[in-house]
Ligand binder design. Structure first.
Ligand code: HMG
Ligand code: MG
Length: 302
């Protein structure tokens, strides 16, 4: 068991972090400032928006304006969710350079989240991948509910492996494994990753863990021991999925960076700048930071 020497951190706050924000719509200018601050902190991969139906997810209704409004930092990849061809066309028009399709290991969650079965979702994704590839845009894949489903309960690792393999075979350059409701524990997470890595090379897998039960950091350490070296996280621990009741935010970027720092694993990201950004955005939303590290440092204003 060896830990990775380098980890690529994929920032989720502007998308997964804000998509479920209750109350008033977060202003487009705030989203743009958040993305630009994250890039200034040295984050090189940012999920900036989601081209889904604004009737389903109102907070992402300004995805085109966000993508067009950001001042891009060279070397930073700004990506967006695209559940179907309509979303992809809108994303291409807004100048995205990477998109993501999102499926699930649970039938019930697939129906609630994207209004179709797992099999139908894969059929829907195939032309999205073809069109994206012909436009020179990379596609990432997500599998949700990899460690449990809000409707079906426990999920067999083999079911996760099957969907991950289908997304990879279709052409997704990376498959991100989502503990959507944050119920996993380290051994269960290891078993799941081991099963999936029989079907998809481990270096093409990412961990996307929500922190509902406070296990995300332990789970990340466990799966890094299995060879995972790409981690999704949201600054301020923001977020939750609108179709997974009770799910809390993603593991906080600040907490992941603190862990990696302590392990001597390089990310090239400035932890202090991320803490400041997390403090700023959580204040702007009227929340306490969801990051333990930010709380421990005191909520300094940015
Ligand atoms: P649907 O209603 O089945 O779609 O939605 P439809 O094709 O029947 O179209 C119905 C209407 O939606 C039409 O409009 C379409 O134009 C419109 P109308 O003619 O009625 O006025 N429409 C769209 N509008 C804008 N952009 C689009 C689009 N597509 C259709 N792309 C759909 C299917 C997938 C669109 C819908 O279910 C949806 O938008 N769902 C949102 C799901 C979502 O965003 N969930 C949260 C993100 S996933 C997540 O958080 C998990 C993750 O973080 C990993 C993890 O944690 O596990 C990734
Ligand atoms: Mg998520």
């Amino acid at each position: 068991m060896t830990l990775p020497q380098r980890v690529r951190l994929f920032e989720m706050a502007p998308r997964d972090g804000l998509q479920n924000e209750p109350g008033a719509l977060v202003p487009t200018a705030t989203k743009i400032e958040l993305i630009e601050r994250l890039a200034s902190a040295g984050i090189r991969h940012i999920e900036a928006a989601s081209f889904v139906s604004p009737r389903w997810v109102p907070q992402m209704g300004d995805a085109g304006d966000v993508m067009r409004g950001i001042t891009r930092t060279p070397g930073v990849v700004y990506s967006a969710l695209t559940p179907n061809l309509q979303g992809l066309e809108n994303a291409l028009e807004a100048g995205v350079e990477e998109v993501a399709v999102f499926g699930a290991a649970s039938e019930a969650f697939s129906q609630k989240n994207i209004n179709c079965s797992i099999a139908e979702s894969l059929t829907r994704f195939a032309p999205v991948l073809e069109r994206a590839q012909s436009a020179g845009v990379r596609v990432r894949g997500y599998v949700s509910c990899v460690l449990g489903c809000p409707y079906e309960g426990a999920i067999e690792p083999a079911r996760v492996a099957k969907v991950a393999r289908a997304l990879f075979d279709m052409g997704c350059y990376e498959v991100s494994l989502g503990d959507t409701i944050g119920v996993g524990t380290p051994l269960v997470a290891k078993r799941m990753v081991n099963a999936v890595s029989q079907e998809v090379p481990i270096e093409r897998l990412a961990a996307h863990f929500h922190d509902t039960y406070g296990m995300a950091i332990a789970n990340l350490y466990a799966v890094m021991e299995e060879g995972i070296s790409v981690i999704d996280a949201a600054t301020g621990g923001l977020g939750g999925c609108p179709y997974a009741k009770g799910a809390s935010g993603n593991v906080a970027t600040e907490d992941v960076l603190y862990l990696l720092d302590g392990l001597g694993i390089d990310t090239g990201i400035d932890l202090e700048a991320v803490i400041e950004t997390g403090t700023w955005i959580t204040r702007a939303l009227g929340r306490r930071p969801g990051s333990k590290v930010a709380l421990a440092r005191g909520t300094r204003s940015a």
